[in-house]
Design a binder for this molecule. Structure first.
Ligand code: ADP
Ligand code: MG
Length: 690
């Protein structure tokens, strides 16, 4: 019997409801359950001395019941005191029944496990898991470590554990395919033994090794999972490259005109990256290139140059941004650059009125808009491009593999796959890129335009607010500088954020009566926002109070001070991006991170990183260490960095090796690929064949 084919409903205790819950975890077959590996292990077997319990410990204790009473009050509580030779502890039960109370008799020996807390009357534990120990059981063999599985709502640890026990029993009767032949991977532990070990580790297992995922049984599975991931990426890349794309010859007339009008020279790095792109565009298979460049390195110009050569060849270009605001900024910028060259720029966003959207989609379909900017609304079904040949995605890290593939479909109406250019300010460490972005080639803009100065960053508690306000005044009045004051997101609500910005602007105006203060936030209309931004740019405003809308595309060299309120709410890369709005002129610039106490340890660490570095690469690496790859890559929802056991950061040493094995499999054992990718990527592996 193949366990991949045995549905979970074959196990005791799995009805319709339970099946649904398990499906939410991506578990359909008994084999799926076997690969649903414990995240942690608890040592419940060892007995901890009661007298040495400390607040927050999760351990087992054993003792005699000293008393057991129902305490009346607002809520009935069953309080049971137990003790061993070292001390006493209270067990609290808010939910209990009569029979439970009756079984907890004075003098009985009880073993319980739970999280112990310091309460009013010493150490207590609420709703511990417990067993009463009969005399004859005392000398029982030691139990194994208790596995703790990844969970979903409505599913109890205990139920999952019971199912895993049944699955392991089935594994003893049946086998599971060894998909990595020994001539490929010689490993001391077989797949089968690794699964036995990890679901039911023996009592003498090294818990620390298991927790660190360094046990050979875990390493065996991690390698297989990394290989599966690599295979899926490799096949995705092969599929992508097997499609024909439009060959774009290098026709520089429009590019030259843009450069003439620009008022500055591209940096060497910009020129080099533009050439790399140009070479890709001349191929008969689609470009898949990632451009990395720190905040302010001028990625937009590079994108514009690529767009112009495609437009000059007679095709359309789409540029997608992750937010409405970024899309608007790009729209304004591209209009400024392209309309003088006689190129119509279109715009699509989810927020647009129906009528406006319709006329925009018409222009796109007719091919009148050659350059189209927008949010993901660009890729909804009712948008049909006339002859799309290049898709540019800004701020790549917020898009996953699936979205990249969905984009490709858009151009296929012409029978050709569009070229893809993705741009990010969040550089990705190499080993991570090898897996997560294995389908992309990478260019780096490693140079900033001339005349930028490093920003000095300080972190201050908001008890120093008055001092900061004085400093703002000085900067504007005595030094003739301009200042940004940024209000950050409150509980994910744009409305509240805008409100906070309005209140802050009003408050600041009250204490800084002779400063000219402006306000921009995401709820203002596009032209209102632009009006205020223009006034700030023209020096008609001293202080600009803003929400994070100014994260991108704002360029005022005379602004040399930025205050960011509650910086602890933002991601490091976002803070770095915000801070990039100052330091664009020749004077020394400053950024004040005005935080609220108390700060968590992590928050402190993160602010410290911003204070010590202006290097986007370093910052994102540190961010990765603190937050983990899922969040940094923005792929939590999109599936790519979702692993059952591997972790791209922790296991990065294994990545090059697994890539090498994956390549061997592609070359010599391609028949293994479907089973391997299905085992580890399940439903997600669709993208391998998209
Ligand atoms: P990012 O890489 O962060 O997207 P942008 O493309 O928004 O950066 O560019 C930041 C600013 O620098 C813009 O105002 C842009 O016009 C300007 N800029 C870009 N390239 C150069 C250059 N070579 N010389 C001077 N300024 C430049
Ligand atoms: Mg940008």
């Amino acid at each position: 019997m193949k366990l991949e084919k045995v549905p979970l409903s074959a196990l005791d205790g799995v009805g319709i409801k339970m099946s649904e819950r398990l499906e939410k975890l991506g578990l359909f077959s008994v084999a799926d359950l076997l690969f649903h590996l414990p995240l942690h292990y608890q040592d419940r077997a060892s007995i901890y001395p009661i007298g040495e319990l400390k607040d927050g410990m999760q351990v087992s204790v054993q003792g005699r019941i000293i008393s057991c009473n129902v305490q009346m009050g607002k809520r009935r509580i069953l309080k049971c005191q137990i003790g061993d030779e070292t001390g006493r502890v209270t067990l609290n039960f808010f939910h209990f029944n009569a029979s439970q109370k009756n079984t907890l008799k004075e003098g009985m020996l009880i073993k319980c496990f739970g999280e112990f807390k310091r309460g009013y009357q010493g150490i207590e534990v609420t709703h511990p898991e417990y067993t009463l120990i009969q005399q004859r059981e005392q000398s029982q063999a030691q139990e194994m470590l208790t596995p703790i599985y990844p969970m979903t709502e409505g599913l109890k640890q205990n139920s999952l554990r019971k199912l895993a026990v049944q699955a392991i029993e089935m594994l003893k009767q049946n086998s599971i395919d060894e998909l990595l032949p020994t001539q490929l991977l010689s490993h001391p532990i077989s797949l089968q033994d690794a699964l036995f070990y990890l679901h039911q580790p023996p009592p003498d297992a090294n818990i620390e090794q298991l927790e660190n995922k360094t046990h050979p049984a875990q390493q065996r599975l991690i390698i297989e999972e990394l290989i599966a991931q690599q295979l899926s990426m490799l096949s995705m890349r092969a599929t992508a490259q097997s499609q024909p794309s439009i060959i774009i010859e290098n026709e520089p007339a429009l590019q030259e005109k843009l450069l003439e009008n620009l008022g500055f020279m591209p940096t060497n790095a910009q020129t080099r990256v533009a050439q790399e792109i140009q070479q890709d565009l001349q191929q008969a298979y689609p470009m898949m290139r990632l451009v990395q460049g720190d905040v302010g390195s001028g990625k937009t110009l590079v994108a514009a140059l690529a767009a112009l050569s495609v437009i000059e060849s007679g095709y359309q270009v789409a540029l997608m941004a992750p937010t409405e605001l970024l899309a608007e900024q790009h729209y304004i910028n591209f209009q400024k650059w392209f309309e003088p060259l006689g190129i119509r720029v279109g715009m699509l966003s989810g927020k647009m009125k129906v009528k406006e959207k319709r006329s925009q989609t018409e222009n796109i379909q007719l091919g009148l808009s050659k350059m189209v900017v927008g949010t993901h609304a660009l890729f909804s079904d009712n948008v049909i491009f006339n002859n799309l040949a290049l898709i540019i995605v800004d701020e790549q890290h917020r898009f996953g593999v699936h979205q990249r593939l969905a984009l490709r479909e858009k151009g296929l109406s012409t029978g050709f796959a569009p070229h893809q250019l993705t741009m990010t300010a969040t550089p990705i460490p190499r080993t991570l890129a090898m897996t997560a972005y294995a389908d992309l080639k990478v260019s780096v803009i490693d140079e900033l335009p001339p005349g930028r100065t490093a920003v000095q960053t300080v972190a201050l508690a908001d008890t120093r607010r008055e001092d900061i306000i004085k400093r703002v005044y000085q900067s504007c009045k005595n030094e003739g500088r301009q200042v940004y004051w940024v209000c950050t997101l409150i509980e994910e609500s744009e409305a509240l954020e805008c409100q906070a910005a309005e209140d802050t602007a009003n408050d600041l105006q009250l204490s800084l009566t002779d400063l000219r203060i402006g306000l921009v936030h995401g709820r203002m209309k596009g032209n209102e926002k632009q009006y205020v931004m223009d006034a700030f740019k023209a020096g008609e405003l001293d202080l600009l109070v803003a929400t994070t809308v100014i994260e991108v595309g704002v360029d005022v060299p005379n602004a040399s001070l930025m205050i960011i309120e509650n910086p602890e709410r933002l991601g490091l890369s976002q803070l770095h991006q915000l801070r990039g709005r100052v330091g664009r002129g020749s004077v020394a610039s400053h950024c004040v991170l005005l935080y609220k106490n108390p700060l968590s340890l992590t928050a402190k660490k993160r602010l410290q990183i911003l204070r010590e570095s202006n290097d986007g690469f370093y910052i994102s690496e540190q961010d990765l260490l603190i937050r983990g790859p899922g969040e940094v890559l923005g792929t939590k929802q999109t599936g790519v960095a979702q692993f059952k056991i591997a972790d791209l950061l922790r296991d990065q040493a294994l990545v090059p090796y697994s890539l090498q094995l994956a390549q061997t499999i592609v070359a010599e054992q391609a028949h293994l690929i479907p089973a391997l990718t299905t085992r580890w990527l399940g439903e997600n592996q669709q993208y391998a064949h998209a």
